[in-house]
Structure formats: C-alpha cells, structure tokens
Design a protein around this ligand. Structure first.
Ligand SMILES: Nc1ncnc2c1ncn2[C@@H]1O[C@H](COP(=O)(O)OP(=O)(O)OP(=O)(O)O)[C@@H](O)[C@H]1O
Length: 313
C-alpha cells in the first residue's frame, strides 16, 4: 500500500437487503489530512464510516486501513477510533468517570491528568464532574471526541461531529482536529454543513446514492474553474447591469434577488470573467461595494453534482 494513505478502498459495495448502500466505491484518504465526507441523506456516509471503524464489513471490494488489509471479521482496526450515530456514553456517570470507564473498555488505565487534559481540549473542564444525563447534544459530541483523544488514534473517524455544537463548541472541535492533523493524525468526518467542511477539511469526497461523485482537494472545487452566482453591489447599478450584459462570460441572473433590492445584481461567471468585469467597472468609474459568491464553491458543486440524484430512502 502507498504509505502516504491512511485509507485505501477499492470497489467497496455494501448491501442492506435489497438496498445498495455503497456501490463500487473507490475512496482514498491521505495521512495527516482532514477529509470531509458529504452527501444527501441516505447517501451512504455512515455506512462508509462504519466500515472504517470495523462496525460492519463490505460485501465486495478491498479496504486497507493504516497499511493493513481489513479482513471479514468485525473488529476495530488497530490505531482507529471514533463514533457513528453519536458517541456511546453512560448518562448516570460524570464526564470524568465516563472517560475513565471508556478508557477501561479499551484495556487501559489512564492518568487523571490525561483525562483533565482532554476535557480541557474540548472545553468541558467546567462540567467535568457533572452527570452526562444533563449534557446537551453538543456537549456529548465533545465528550465523545475527548474519549477518542484518550486512545491516541492514528485515524479518527467522526460521524457528524458538529451536530448540536454552538460556536464556542465548534471552535474547540476545530482547534482539536487541526492540532491532531498537525501531529500527523488522519481525520475522516461526515457533515451536512458545507461551511463546516470548508473550514475544517483539506480534502472532500461527495457521495450520492452510494456512489462517489467527487473526491479530491477542496481547491479543485475552486471558483477558478466552477461557474458560480455572485452578488454584485456597485455605486451605479444601471451602469453595472449594462457592462455585465456586454461582457463575454458573464450572465445576468434575473430575478435572483427575492427582496427586490434593485441596487444588487446577481451575475453567473467563472472567476477570470468576473475579474474582467471588475476591471471594466473600475475603468468606467463604477465602484464595487460588494462582490461575493451566493453559495460557496463546495456548496455549488454539491448541489450541481447531487441534484439529479434522489437519495435511496
Ligand atoms: N442497518 C441498516 N439496515 C437497512 N438499511 C440500512 C441500514 N443502514 C443504512 N441503510 C440504508 O443504506 C443507505 C445508506 O445509509 P447511510 O446511513 O449510510 O446514509 P447517510 O449518508 O449516512 O445518511 P444521513 O445523512 O441521513 O445520515 C440508506 O438507504 C439507508 O436507508
């Protein structure tokens, strides 16, 4: 196996009865990267993450994790940790005692200082002695991440880790994942939130109805090659409209502004054509006051790639 790959999946197919949850998937994750898995409901994300965690085995195809081929028996591959469908926690125990108990399940005694350290990393120090029963979803997610950190994984697999997180919680999680990746740990996570994936991940795989429709660095979905809709506000909307209509590679999106804001144009273009329009506006003495994509390149690609494919449930 290529030693720079933490995950190498080839031709993975997984059935649940008549449902094809994963359909001949090729999937690679480079070591030390944070790799996002996105797709509509029922696309197969949780199923794929479950295979990485050894919670299920593929019906067809080959899977290598951290350089070792995965066999046909259910077992978490060495060096891998994480959770799907939320972390498994004991509601009647405190955050601290949960971590001690979960570490015990993995066969290890952990020092109290290690528990304090991971609780600090995920921002739960203040509630360390409180019972998990009263924790919000976001707090449980962070505690699950703390439990994963205790095992010092080489591959961390997280299903929707941002679910329920408030901005402060999201910041803790981002910081933790960035630090892990800087230390060479590989992270694979699923998310429904494109802004989250853009903030966290260096690579992304988009799945729809059990198939990979895009995989690669986020930069490959950049605005340089993808036609996007941009909000354009200028000092002279009429002149801007005229110049946009005359420019090659620029399409005016009529009626795109539902709030009836006549100062605002929405133009569809690739980045070089947009650069050209901005130069022309400036030469004509029209000031550009706002220019931003209506949706991000990832979101646009996600919608374009998946809108024709209905989820399987
Ligand atoms: N244990 C199961 N038994 C039967 N069908 C299943 C099972 N697990 C998943 N499926 C089906 O497999 C397909 C993929 O499901 P999966 O949960 O992997 O999708 P997902 O992308 O994680 O969806 P979501 O975004 O809604 O969490 C769906 O059609 C789902 O109904």
């Amino acid at each position: 196996m290529d030693s720079t790959l933490a995950v190498r999946a080839r031709g993975i197919t997984k059935y649940f009865g008549d449902v094809v949850a994963l359909d001949d998937i090729d999937f690679e994750v480079a070591q030390g990267r944070i790799h996002g898995l996105v797709g509509p409901n029922g696309a197969g994300k949780t199923t794929l993450l479950g295979l990485l965690l050894g919670l299920a085995v593929a019906d067809q195809g080959s899977l290598e994790i951290l350089g070792t081929p995965v066999g046909k028996s259910l077992a978490t591959p060495e060096g891998v940790t994480g959770f799907v469908d939320g972390p498994g926690l004991y509601p009647s125990l405190s955050a601290k005692r949960n971590l001690a108990a979960l570490a015990g399940l993995h066969g290890g005694e952990v020092k109290a200082s290690a528990i304090d350290d991971v609780l600090g990393q995920v921002g739960l120090t203040d509630v360390a002695d409180e019972r998990v029963r009263g924790f919000s979803l976001g707090m449980r997610q962070r505690l699950g991440l703390a439990a994963a950190l205790l095992t010092k994984p080489r591959l961390l697999v997280l299903d929707e880790p941002s679910n329920g997180l408030d901005p402060a919680g999201a910041k803790h999680v981002r910081r933790v994942l960035d630090r892990l990746a800087a230390d060479g740990v590989t992270v694979v996570l699923s998310s429904h939130r494109m802004d989250d994936v853009e903030a966290l991940c260096s690579d992304v795989t988009i799945v729809a109805t059990g198939r990979v429709v895009f995989t690669g660095p986020l930069g490959k979905l950049s605005a340089g090659t993808t036609e996007l809709d941009y909000r354009l506000r200028t000092s002279d909307a009429e002149a801007a409209r005229r110049l946009a209509a005359e420019s090659s590679g620029i399409h005016l999106v009529e009626g795109a502004d539902e709030r009836g804001d006549t100062e605002l144009l929405v133009v569809r273009a690739v980045e070089p054509a947009l650069d050209d329009l901005v130069s022309r506006l400036v030469r004509a003495g029209v000031a550009v006051r706002e220019l931003a994509p209506v949706v991000s390149p990832l979101e646009a690609a996600f919608l374009a790639l998946t809108e024709k494919q209905e989820p399987t449930r």
